[in-house]
Design a protein around this ligand. Sequence first.
Ligand SMILES: [Zn+2]
Ligand SMILES: [Zn+2]
Length: 139
Amino acid sequence: MTSATSTCTCGTFTTTITGSFGDVRYCHCSRCRSKTGTAFTANAKIHRSQWHLDGPPQSITEFEHTPGLYNAFCSRCGTPLYARSDQDPNDIRIRIGGFQGNIDVTITGHVWVNSKATWYEIEDSLRQFDEAYVDASTD
Ligand SMILES: [Zn+2]
Ligand SMILES: [Zn+2]
């Protein structure tokens, strides 16, 4: 089984993901851009059982930015750990940029393209979605 690890900027946490990162999307929504300071994020939806934390759980802060929707990050350095939803308790969404190692990833497209930064041009041939990509497999 493949695995990949990511350590937060201050070193408090190391996160390991086992198995496939599966369906990864580039998200251009304004929230992702604001949180990261970048044009888009690369997000993978994985099962909670794939996510392993090496570090003190009490040092994770979960911020409820919208009722039932949370972003988790290192309380000390702010490195994002995951996003989760009360409506989908079995899955978490992780940003894959910081992971090292043999990552099994399939990029499936750009989402929230109607919120894209005006200064960024998409120049690949991946599918583009104005808003969220509707994934039939999660229905
Ligand atoms: Zn940290
Ligand atoms: Zn986003």
